[in-house]
Design a protein. Sequence first.
Length: 92
Amino acid sequence: MMAAAQPFISGAISKTINMPNNATVKDCADAYMLSWKLGIKANALYRDGSKLSQPLASSLVDEEDLEEFMEAPVAAKAPQLPRILLKGSWRK
């Protein structure tokens, strides 16, 4: 889809390619080569586990831990504000 739109855009459009942790150097090179052949100007490649922290990770959760996540969240209450305006300014 990006390759179809790229010729009509003066700037670059970019999409991150997410690769599994077991991706080889050849897999990464093939992804970059395919992007180049399709005429995509900007390409980002992320290999799972290549950073110390990542925005999203999936993992298996124990049944006991799952119960904690399934509990209904408690709604936060806004603080009560005074009903009397002590100071104010008005402009005409």
